[in-house]
Design a protein. Structure first.
Lengths: 380, 617
C-alpha cells in the first residue's frame, strides 16, 4: 500500500469512496459541496492510502488555509490579540492551518476499508503523508479534527505517538430516533417537562406557521440563505462560513440525500429553514436558518428541529446528529453528548509550546464539563 | 420602460446612461440634474461630448437631492413620481474622508426622498448604487445577504452607504429596491476612458505612483471597470430584478495587492510596483503622505486610504450576481486584462479629474456664504424691564423670530443664513441660556420670557412676526402665541419641552455640567412652569403652525409632536427631520430651512382656514 494525494474529490471517485465507512460526514456529496464552495485562500487535498490495484484503504480530506477560525474556542483575549497582530502586520502573520477531516462534520474519524488488516500501518502512512502535504503548503499547525470517542483508542494513541497533542473538542449531540412513531419518541426519549414543551411548540404554531420539505431546493436558496447567515453571524462560535454555493451543491447531492425544511408564516413569509442530510441509517440536522426579527424565533427553532426528528423517525432512521452547539435546547430534545478530541501538531516551533496550554484550556469542552455547566445554567 | 436617473454625470452614472441609451426597452429617461441651470447645462454638455447628442426621449428634471422631495414642490414631486417606473440612484459622494456630515448629505438624505417616492407610487422600483465596502472592517466572507455584521468603517463613504442600505432595508418599500454593490470602480475596460476620475482613481493613482506604501502584499483587492458595473446594473434593471443585492465583482478574478501594484506601475511606465509595508510598521510614512498624481486627493488622505484598503479585507461572495448575470455572459474581466489600460488612460489625461477643455462649474454655495458673512453682525442689546436682552438682527423682509433652548442661539446659524437671504431674522437669546442678562429680581420663567420677547419686538417696531422656537424656546413661543395670537403670523415649533419628563433630562444634565447661576435660576423657573394650563390654552392658536421634529429625538418624543399637532387648531404640517435629535435645526439646517421656507411661502399664499393638514415622516 502507498499514500496518494488528490486535488479533487472527483479524482477519488464516488464509487471508490463508497467502499469505505464514510457515513454522512465523509460522504461524496458533502465533500464535493465543500470543495466547490471553498472561499478565500482555502484549498483542499485528499490524502489516501491505496493498494497497488487502486483500491482505497484509508482516506481523509485536508483543508489548507489561513482563513479558518482556528481560535474560536480559545480565550477572547487571544482571539483579539491574534486579529490585531494580523491586522497590523499583514496576512503573512496569519497562522496557516492544515485541518484533517471534514470542516463541517458532526463527528470525525479516519475512514478505512473494512477488510484492511494493517490499520495501524495505513494510519502511519496517512499521517506521514499529511505531514508532507501540510509542509508543502507551509502550514504551521496540523489539526486532526473532532475525532469521535468511538474511534479506536489505539489509533488515537498512534496519532499521539506521531507527535499530536490531544485535547477535547466540542462534543457532538446524538439523538436516538429508533422509535415506531414520533409519539413514542416523545413518551420514551423525553422527560415529562420535555414532552410537555415539545407538544406545546406544535400547539403554539398551529394556524400561524406551517412547514414544508423540499428535495430540490436550489431555487429556494435566495429566499433562505439570509436566514442561515443570520444564525451564523449570531453564533457564539463562528467556525465554518458557508457561502450560498454550498447550499446549491447540497441541493444537487444524491449521496447523501438532502432536503430543506421550510417554516412559513401564514402571510407567506419564510421565517425558518433547516438543511437536512440523511442516508438509510442516520440523519443530520445540518444547518438551521431563523428570522430573528420576529418574536417567535425560539418557537421556529424548536419546530424545525422537532419536525426534523419527526421525519427521521418516519424514515426509519435510528440515529440523528444535531451538531456541536446549542446544548441546552438539544438536550431537552433528548440529545446525548459524545466526547470528541482535537489532535494538534505544531509544525512551526514557535507554536509548539502553546499546545499544552491549549490542551489545558480545552478541558472545559468535555461532555462531562458541558453537562455540569448546563446543570448550573451555563450553556454553550 | 420609463426611467429616472440621478448622478448621470458621474463615473458609473455616465456609463449607466450610455448603456441605457442603447436599450430599446427604454421609453423615456429623465435625468435629475442640479437646480442651478448653468451647472446643469454644463454637465449636460459634458455628457453629450462623451456620449454624443442625447435623444429626445431624454429630459431633465432640476432638483437638489439633499433636500426633502429633491427640493421640488409637493405638486412637482407628485408629478415626478407618476412619470417613471424605475429609479436609478447613482449620485453619490465617494471621497474617502471622515466628513460624515457631508457624506450623509449626498449618500443618505436622498434615500428619504426615494422612499417617499416609492411609498407614494406602489409600482415604482429603485436601483441604488451602493458599494461592496459597506462591509467596512469586517473580515471573512461578506455575502450579498449581509449588511450588519459588527463592522466598523474606514471612512465616511462606507458608513453613509451602509446607513443608506439599512434605511432601505428597514423601509416598507424594501422589496422594490435592488442594491448594487460594486467594488473599487475605475473607467472602461477596453479604453480606460472615464467620465471623471472619481471612484477608485485616487487609490489607483497612489498605488501606481508611490515608491513605498502601507499595504499587505498578499491581501486581495478588487477593482472593476465602470462599464462592467453599468452593464450589470442595466441588465438587472431591464430584467426587473428587485429586492436583491448584487456584488458586481468576483473573488476568483481578484489579484493580490502586489499584483495590482505591479499592473498599475506598468501603466505609468515603471518597472516595479510600490514597495509594500504592513500598516503596523508603515506609520512613519504618514509624515510624507503618499503619492497623489493630479491632486486627486491629499497626500494624507492618500496614505490613510492605502493603509485602510490595501490590507486583508472582506471576501466578497457573488452568488446572486453570478446567478443573474452569468447566464447572460456578463462577468468582470480579469485585472491583468484592463487595469494597466485604465492607469495609462488616466495618466494620459494627467490625472485631471475632468478634462481641461471642459468648463469649470461655478460654485453654488456663494449665496449661502454671503449670508453667513451677515451672521457675523454684531450682537445687540436692548433693555426690557429687568432684563437686558441680547439679540441679532439680520437681513430684511418679513420678520422671523428665532427662540432657542439648551443648544444656544448660535445653533440657529445654519438656518438663519439660509432664511436671511430673503427675510429679516431676529435671533433672541433666552435668559439663563445665553448672553441675555437679568437683574437680581428678573423672572427666568418661560411665560415671563415671552413678555420679554413681546417687549423687544415692540422696541424694534415689529407688529407681527413668524415665531420659530426650538426646545425651551419652543415653550416661550407657545406662551407668546397663546397670549398675543394677533401678533403671530405663523408659528413653528420644534422639539419643545411641553410634554414628557419634566424638566427634560438633557437640561438637568446640562445644569449639573455648567453650574452657573443663571442656568440654575432658569432650571428652577422651568420646574415651576405651569404646563397644564399652557397645554390647555394651545387650543387658542389659530395661526398657521408647523411642527418640526428630529427623528432621533428619542424617548417617544415623536408622540409629543403628534400631541402638539393635535392640540393646535392652526397646525398645518408635521415634518420629521431624519437622523437628527433635539437640535434638528442645528444638525440638519438645510432640511429645517427648507421646511421652514416652504411653510412660510405657503402661509403667505394660503388663508389658514382653507389649508389642508398634513404630516410627513
Amino acid at each position: 500500500m502507498h499514500p496518494k494525494v488528490h486535488a479533487s474529490i472527483d479524482d477519488v471517485g464516488a464509487e471508490r469512496l463508497a467502499q469505505l465507512p464514510t457515513g454522512l460526514d465523509f460522504s461524496f456529496g458533502l465533500l464535493r459541496a465543500m470543495e466547490r464552495s471553498l472561499w478565500g485562500e482555502l484549498a483542499v487535498r485528499y490524502v489516501t492510502v491505496e493498494d497497488d490495484a487502486g483500491k482505497l484503504l484509508a482516506f481523509t480530506p485536508v483543508y489548507l488555509g489561513s482563513n479558518l477560525n482556528l481560535n474560536a474556542l480559545l480565550p477572547k483575549a487571544i482571539q483579539t490579540g491574534y486579529n490585531a497582530m494580523v491586522s497590523a502586520l499583514g496576512t503573512a502573520m496569519a497562522t496557516r492551518v492544515a485541518v484533517v477531516g471534514v470542516l463541517i462534520s458532526d463527528r470525525g474519524w479516519i475512514p478505512m476499508h473494512p477488510e484492511l488488516q494493517d490499520r495501524a500501518g495505513a494510519l502511519k502512512l496517512l499521517l506521514k503523508e499529511i505531514d508532507r502535504v501540510a509542509k508543502e503548503h507551509h502550514a504551521q499547525i496540523t489539526m486532526l479534527k473532532d475525532i469521535h470517542k468511538d474511534y479506536p483508542a489505539e489509533e488515537r494513541a498512534l496519532m499521539r505517538a506521531a507527535g499530536y497533542t490531544e485535547g477535547f473538542s466540542l462534543p457532538t449531540i446524538r439523538i436516538n430516533t429508533d422509535y415506531r412513531s414520533f409519539d413514542e419518541y416523545l413518551n420514551q426519549q423525553l422527560s415529562k417537562n420535555g414532552r410537555k414543551h415539545a407538544r406545546k411548540q406544535f400547539v403554539k404554531a398551529e394556524g400561524t406557521y406551517s412547514l414544508r420539505a423540499f428535495d430540490d431546493f436550489e431555487d429556494m436558496i435566495p429566499h433562505v440563505f439570509g436566514l442561515h447567515r443570520a444564525v451564523f453571524l449570531k453564533a457564539k462560535y463562528q467556525f465554518e462560513e458557508l457561502p450560498p454555493a454550498f447550499f446549491v451543491e447540497c441541493s444537487r447531492s444524491t449521496t447523501p440525500k438532502t432536503e430543506l425544511l421550510i417554516c412559513e408564516r401564514n402571510d407567506g413569509r419564510i421565517v425558518g429553514s433547516l438543511l437536512i442530510f440523511y442516508n438509510d441509517t442516520e440523519q443530520q440536522n445540518k444547518r438551521i436558518g431563523i428570522a430573528y426579527d420576529i418574536p417567535d424565533s425560539g418557537l421556529i427553532y424548536n419546530l424545525l428541529n422537532y419536525t426534523g426528528i419527526q421525519r427521521a423517525i418516519a424514515r426509519g432512521i435510528k440515529r440523528l446528529w444535531l451538531g456541536q452547539s446549542s446544548y441546552t435546547p438539544k438536550t431537552r430534545m433528548g440529545g446525548e453528548l459524545d466526547d470528541q478530541y482535537l489532535l494538534l501538531k505544531a509544525l512551526d516551533p514557535i507554536l509548539k509550546p502553546t499546545l499544552p496550554l491549549q490542551r489545558w484550556w480545552m478541558e472545559r469542552y468535555s461532555a462531562a464539563n458541558i453537562l455540569a455547566g448546563l446543570d448550573k445554567g451555563v450553556s454553550l | 420602460m420609463r426611467l429616472l436617473l440621478t448622478g448621470a454625470a458621474s463615473l458609473v452614472g455616465a456609463e449607466v446612461l450610455r448603456q441605457l441609451l442603447r436599450r430599446h426597452e427604454i421609453e423615456s429617461l429623465q435625468l435629475l440634474m442640479p437646480n442651478d441651470a448653468a451647472v446643469a447645462t454644463r454637465l449636460l454638455q459634458r455628457l453629450e461630448s462623451q456620449l454624443g447628442p442625447l435623444p429626445q426621449s431624454v429630459s431633465v428634471v432640476n432638483g437638489d437631492l439633499r433636500l426633502a422631495r429633491f427640493g421640488l414642490s409637493a405638486a412637482a414631486f407628485e408629478q415626478l413620481g407618476a412619470s417613471f417606473d424605475v429609479g436609478i440612484h447613482c449620485a453619490q459622494r465617494e471621497t474617502k474622508d471622515h466628513d460624515l456630515e457631508a457624506a450623509r448629505q449626498f449618500n443618505l438624505l436622498p434615500i428619504e426622498s426615494w422612499i417617499d417616492l416609492l411609498e407614494r407610487n406602489p409600482l415604482v422600483r429603485l436601483h441604488q448604487l451602493s458599494t461592496a465596502f459597506t462591509a467596512g472592517t469586517h473580515r471573512g466572507l461578506y455575502t450579498e445577504f449581509d449588511l450588519e455584521c459588527g463592522q466598523q468603517f474606514h471612512n465616511a463613504f462606507e458608513q453613509s452607504k451602509y446607513e443608506a442600505e439599512v434605511r432601505l432595508r428597514e423601509s416598507r418599500v424594501t422589496d422594490r429596491v435592488t442594491i448594487h454593490r460594486p467594488s473599487h470602480t475605475l473607467g472602461c475596460a477596453a479604453t480606460g476612458d472615464a467620465f471623471e476620475l472619481s471612484g477608485a482613481y485616487p487609490l489607483i493613482a497612489t498605488i501606481a505612483a508611490a515608491a513605498v506604501l502601507p499595504g499587505d502584499a498578499r491581501a486581495r483587492i478588487d477593482f472593476v471597470p465602470a462599464d462592467f458595473v453599468a452593464d450589470a446594473m442595466t441588465t438587472l434593471i431591464v430584467t426587473s430584478a428587485a429586492g436583491t443585492f448584487h456584488h458586481a465583482l468576483g473573488w476568483h478574478a481578484s489579484p493580490t495587492v502586489r499584483e495590482v501594484s505591479s499592473l498599475a506601475a506598468k501603466g505609468l511606465g515603471r518597472k516595479h510596483g510600490a514597495r509594500l509595508l504592513p500598516r503596523g510598521v508603515a506609520s512613519p510614512l504618514r509624515i510624507a503622505g503618499a503619492a497623489n498624481p493630479g491632486n486627486l486627493t491629499s497626500p494624507d488622505l492618500a496614505y490613510t486610504t492605502a493603509r485602510d484598503l490595501l490590507h486583508q479585507g472582506p471576501v466578497f461572495d457573488t452568488y446572486l450576481a453570478q446567478r443573474a448575470l452569468s447566464p447572460l455572459g456578463i462577468a468582470p474581466p480579469a485585472a491583468d486584462q484592463w487595469l494597466t489600460t485604465a492607469v495609462r488612460a488616466a495618466n494620459a489625461r494627467e490625472w485631471k479629474s475632468r478634462r481641461e477643455s471642459e468648463p469649470q462649474e461655478p460654485s453654488v454655495v456663494v449665496p449661502i456664504r454671503a449670508a453667513a458673512a451677515a451672521l457675523a453682525a454684531e450682537k445687540q442689546f436692548h433693555r426690557v424691564g429687568d432684563v437686558n436682552v441680547a439679540y441679532r438682527d439680520i437681513g430684511s423682509g418679513d420678520p422671523v423670530v428665532f427662540l432657542h433652548g439648551i443648544s444656544g442661539a448660535q445653533s440657529w446659524d445654519g438656518v438663519v443664513e439660509r432664511i436671511a437671504t430673503r427675510r429679516r431674522a431676529i435671533v433672541i437669546e433666552t435668559l439663563g441660556l445665553g448672553d441675555t442678562e437679568g437683574d437680581a429680581n428678573a423672572d427666568y420663567g418661560l411665560a415671563a420670557q415671552a413678555v420679554m420677547v413681546r417687549g423687544l419686538l415692540s422696541a424694534l417696531d415689529i407688529s407681527t412676526a413668524h415665531i420659530v422656537g426650538n426646545d425651551s424656546g419652543g415653550v416661550i413661543a407657545q406662551f407668546f402665541a397663546v397670549r398675543w395670537p394677533h401678533l403671530v403670523r405663523s408659528l413653528v415649533l420644534s422639539d419643545c419641552d411641553t410634554h414628557g419628563p419634566w424638566p427634560p433630562a438633557h437640561l438637568s444634565r446640562a445644569s449639573r455640567q455648567y453650574p452657573r447661576k443663571p442656568l440654575k435660576q432658569f432650571m428652577r423657573a422651568l420646574e415651576r412652569t405651569d404646563r397644564t394650563t399652557l397645554n390647555h390654552l394651545l387650543g387658542r392658536v389659530e395661526a398657521p403652525t408647523l411642527i418640526v421634529w428630529g427623528g432621533d429625538h428619542g424617548n417617544g418624543s415623536l408622540s409629543w409632536a403628534r400631541t402638539l399637532y393635535d392640540a393646535i387648531p392652526g397646525a398645518r404640517r408635521l415634518e420629521i427631520i431624519p437622523f437628527a435629535g433635539v437640535a434638528c435645526h442645528e444638525e440638519r439646517p438645510d432640511l429645517f430651512a427648507r421646511a421652514l421656507t416652504d411653510f412660510l411661502e405657503e402661509t403667505a399664499h394660503q388663508s389658514s382656514g382653507t389649508s389642508a393638514r398634513t404630516s410627513r415622516v
